[in-house]
Design a protein around this ligand. Structure first.
Ligand SMILES: *[C@@H]1O[C@H](CO)[C@@H](O)[C@H](O)[C@H]1NC(C)=O
Length: 442
């Protein structure tokens, strides 16, 4: 299957496309790693070392082409790092690879794109493009080794696995593995996930069903969440748990257990987050799964300690409650280090600190449509969101300030020289990062 980027769905005149392709091809061959593709802004033509240009299309009158093209939402903010443009329809899902190198996105434009996170702050944003044949992906998740990804197909209503293979000429291609997963869900799917251990895949539908699958597509277990409906569900970053929320005011967490030789054993109840007074809309784990954040219809978000031995009857504990200052329905993302949360509702995003719960940053009207996904990158330096055709990337200034605040408090308490030095070093690098963001000399 030919999956790599050749041409965007642009209405540019053929001659111009060819010209741009030649230029981009030269640039790509000159300095890109084989799989990287310089991306022209606005979903225009792109090429790389192995792209095969399509037949130039019939030239349209330029004025008409421009009128046909929907307007990009214009948005500016001091903390905006980048707007990743390339998708020609709204982006529905974002996923960072666990090694932090790639950001995967999918869209109704029938493509999945893999962006290199190395140059997020740069001017040019390169991506690889995989076409989803005769369908489009609603959700995308990268495999733990970043060599494959899975998508939820909107029309076929099932999982398809794509593997990345290196061709003889050094270029990469994504090809669908034979056979999509069997169709099992009776209600629309609201999220999918892959365990970091590679042992299972999760799909959750808007009724009360969560399915646990083997990577080959056999159903290992079916969970009834008993929450009236499922609003959100996900796999924890450690790959041990799946969790769900819905109409009821709790978050339920299960452990997916495997035997020592790797065979699936069972799904058992692990723990619950109880404290909200209305349905929970979304939740998020820190990268070590020891902290969680939840957001509810009761108008609050909560921050929890989940580093408990649930087998010894220890319960998770509430650390903080904050007020939700964005329109419902909300979604929440917890930074990898658990120091900041981002809450999105409508087209707005608010970033808060999890020590004091105060609002630190507010981004209004970020997308032309309702925000469909929100995430921190694996370093916690950036917050990314999607909702229209662009992916917007923001500096997580609140995260840097939270490091300074926490380390300064620790510094006051310690007399140990080595600890003091380590803390001072962390404070200094967070201050430097802030100074760089705000453009001050240091
Ligand atoms: C979590 O993220 C922090 C930085 O954001 C990193 O230092 C740490 O190693 C990560 N931990 C895991 C388990 O990935």
């Amino acid at each position: 299957m030919e999956v790599w980027a050749a041409l965007g769905g642009s209405g540019l005149p053929g001659a111009l496309i060819v010209l741009i392709l030649v230029v981009l091809l030269a640039v790509a061959l000159h300095r890109s790693a084989p799989w990287e593709t310089p991306t022209a802004p606005q979903g225009g033509p792109r090429a790389n070392g192995h792209a095969r240009p399509e037949q130039p299309r019939k030239a349209k009158p330029a004025a008409r082409a421009r009128r046909e093209k929907p307007q990009q939402h214009s948005f500016a903010h001091r903390l905006l790092v980048a707007a990743l443009k390339g998708h020609s329809s709204p982006v529905t899902c974002l996923d960072f690879s666990s090694n932090g190198k790639y950001l995967a996105s999918c869209s109704e434009d029938r493509t999945v794109r893999l962006w290199s996170t190395r140059d997020l702050a740069g001017r040019e944003h390169r991506c690889l493009r995989a076409n989803v044949g005769l369908d489009h992906a609603e959700f995308v998740r990268l495999s733990p080794d970043s060599r494959a990804f899975i998508v939820w197909l909107a029309n076929a209503e099932t999982i398809r696995v794509y593997k990345m293979t290196k061709k003889e000429d050094g270029s990469f291609t994504f090809s669908a593995t034979s056979g999509d997963f069997p169709k099992k869900h009776k209600a629309p799917v609201i999220n999918i996930g892959i365990a970091e251990t590679g042992k299972f895949i999760m799909t959750a539908s808007s009724d009360t069903t969560i399915l646990i699958w083997s990577p080959k597509g056999e159903v290992l277990a079916s969970i009834n969440t008993n929450q009236m409906n499922n609003a959100y569900a996900t796999v924890s970053p450690c790959g041990r748990f799946v969790a769900s929320c819905g109409f009821t005011p709790d978050v339920k967490v299960w452990e997916v257990c495997f035997s020592k030789n790797g065979d699936f054993r069972e799904v058992t109840r692990a723990f619950e987050l109880k404290g909200h007074t209305a349905g929970v809309q979304s939740f998020s784990f820190s990268n070590d799964s020891r902290r969680m954040a939840t957001v509810s219809k009761d108008g609050t978000w909560k921050f929890w300690g989940t580093d408990v031995e649930y087998k010894k009857q220890q319960d998770p504990y509430l650390l903080l409650t904050g007020q939700c200052a964005v329109p419902e329905p909300c979604r929440i993302a917890l930074s990898p280090d658990g120091r900041t949360v981002a809450v999105a509702g409508g087209t707005d995003i608010v970033v808060c600190n999890t020590r004091r719960g105060e609002e630190e940053e507010r981004f209004l009207g970020v997308h032309s449509h309702r925000i469909t996904d929100l995430a921190f990158d694996t370093t916690g330096r950036y917050v990314v969101s999607c909702g229209d055709r662009a992916i917007r990337v923001f500096h997580n200034t609140a995260g840097h300030r939270a490091v300074v605040e926490e380390m300064e408090a620790m510094l006051k308490k310690t007399g140990n020289k080595a600890t003091r030095e380590r803390l001072e070093q962390q404070i200094s690098s967070a201050l430097k990062a802030l100074a760089a963001i705000y453009g001050k000399k240091h």
